[in-house]
Design a protein around this ligand. Structure first.
Ligand code: BGP
Length: 490
């Protein structure tokens, strides 16, 4: 039965994860070390840190969240400290639970699963000539398991991380050497998995990454961030071109963090500030979705305290010919901004019309519809919502069962808003992969108690627990929504 909330036939329904938050097995199968392996857990009040040693032996712990990233001195050496917990090492152990997890996802009716490949599992240092066969085999096993349930892979080639060797040797994405290492890595993935994988994302939340953990760059200032972004743009464009050649019928996107942003007042100064703040995101989507730098680029750089970045003569042509096929984005919240507020409105005012999650993220379903329209109006390419969900504190009973009515309510509202954007506003949307089908480690805080899943994982903030998976109440609810293709949202 078709209703106002129905979705197109062949709509892609699924879930999304990231290797260093989900996979674990950090020292198995020949995997090399990642920038994220040296990142401790934290909380909202205590940001995550990297643990690094100076040449004189002194240990330093710079903050590593993308908003709170600190500069890191040259010549540091990463260290594991015995009294610290590093969540990426075990994560929630998808490495050993993939069969069970994929079955659980299939049980909800998923026809797609977005996951990221761990770069250092394929090229442990990023510089080998030949890929690590055990790494390729692990993802072969995962993909072949998915195929048993007719589930398509949506592969994120790089999710906010890179091999530690590339960080230490080249200063991460500050160097064009990393472009070559990335393109070689992507080529390997296309040649090996391209017969089974049509949907690809070159980068995750490329508009939000900065600092040592996600980019490997020691400096966290504006110029370093925008130079790293440029190098990533070039890497992405080269990869999209290559993908089109190697995988006929393949579709290549990148993913952007797209919280909605509203002006806090209608005062002209606040409205203009809002326009400029919004361009902090459009900058990335414009370059990658339209294939050229927008006219406001220089003004934006100047606001960040620098005049220009290094762009090689061939880069313009590369960007033009390597445009994305679709625009993927994450949507969790909206923010408000007024003159004087900074990037991501950190410390800015709250929206009095919206409730918040326990982590202070405003809940705004209509903002999702707004966002879908804004992106399509501007870029005119299909969109794909590849992350959306609510981080909440779940109380499991003695059987691990959680009555998560708040999660059901969140998805009811967001999926309804998405249906309206598709059915009323006619925004072409390829699919929806919620974050995250199975509880996993939080990116921003490293906590486990900030849970997103339809499936509960028995593990605490320090990695203790049986790792047993138990479907929550929302599991049956989303299953019903998917099997009725949205009609159950009425
Ligand atoms: C996005 C990231 C994900 C994910 C999600 C939720 O920024 O792409 O990796 O973790 O946000 O954020 P958090 O885990 O911090 O709650």
């Amino acid at each position: 039965m078709k209703t106002a909330k129905s979705f197109p036939t062949n709509f892609l329904w699924g879930g999304a994860t990231a290797d260093f938050q989900y996979e674990g097995g950090f020292n198995e199968g020949g995997r090399g070390l990642l920038s994220r392996d040296f990142e401790t857990n934290g909380s909202q009040a205590n940001p995550r840190h990297h643990t690094l040693k100076l040449p004189n032996g002194k240990v330093i712990t710079p903050r590593s969240s993308f908003i709170l990233a600190d500069d890191v001195p040259a010549d540091v050496e990463p260290v594991f400290l015995a009294d610290q917990y590093y969540p990426s090492h075990q994560a929630v152990d998808f490495y050993h639970h993939y069969k069970e997890d994929i079955k659980l996802m299939a049980g909800m009716g998923f026809n797609i699963f977005r996951f990221s490949i761990c770069w250092s599992r394929i090229f442990p240092t990023g510089e080998e000539n030949e890929p690590n066969q055990a790494g390729l085999k692990f993802y072969d096993d995962v993909i072949n398991e998915m195929k048993k349930y007719d589930m398509e892979p949506l592969i994120t080639i790089c999710h906010d991380e890179l091999p530690m060797n590339l960080v230490l040797k080249y200063n991460g994405w500050a160097s064009r050497k990393v472009i070559d290492a990335y393109v070689k890595y992507a080529k390997t993935l296309f040649e090996h998995f391209g017969d089974r994988c049509r949907y690809w994302l070159t980068f995750n939340e490329i508009n939000a990454v900065r600092g040592f953990g996600p980019t490997g760059v020691r400096k966290a200032d504006g110029q370093a961030r925008y130079q790293a972004a440029h190098n990533m743009f070039v890497a992405s464009a080269k990869t999209v071109k290559l993908g089109h050649k190697l995988i006929p019928g393949g579709s290549f996107g990148a993913m952007f963090a797209m919280s909605e942003l509203y002006p806090a007042t209608c005062k002209p100064e606040d409205m203009f500030h809002h326009l400029q703040e919004r361009r902090e995101n459009w900058y990335f989507i414009d370059v990658m979705g339209r294939g050229y730098y927008p006219s406001y680029a220089e003004e934006l750089w100047q606001r960040h305290g620098f005049e220009k970045i290094t762009i090689d003569p061939d880069d313009k042509e590369i960007l033009k010919t390597g445009q994305l096929d679709y625009i993927a984005f994450s949507y969790y919240r909206s923010n408000i901004t007024k003159k004087g507020d900074g990037w991501f409105n950190v410390g800015g005012s709250a929206n009095p019309y919206l409730d918040k999650t326990p982590w202070g993220w405003p809940v705004d379903p209509l903002g999702l519809r707004y966002c879908m329209n804004e992106i399509y109006d501007r870029i005119q390419k299909p969109i794909f919502i590849v992350e959306n969900g609510i981080g909440a504190i779940d109380q499991a009973d003695e059987n691990g069962y959680v009555e998560d009515d708040y999660r059901i309510e969140y998805f009811q509202q967001h999926l309804s808003a998405m249906a309206d954007a598709i059915n009323i506003d006619h925004v072409p949307c390829l699919g929806y992969t919620m974050w995250a089908p199975i509880d996993l480690v939080s990116l921003s805080t490293g906590e486990m108690k900030k849970r997103y899943g339809f499936v509960y994982v028995d593990m605490d903030d320090e990695g203790h627990g049986s790792l047993t998976r138990t479907p929550k109440k929302s599991y049956q609810w989303i299953k019903h929504v998917i099997e009725t293709n949205g009609a159950a949202l009425e």
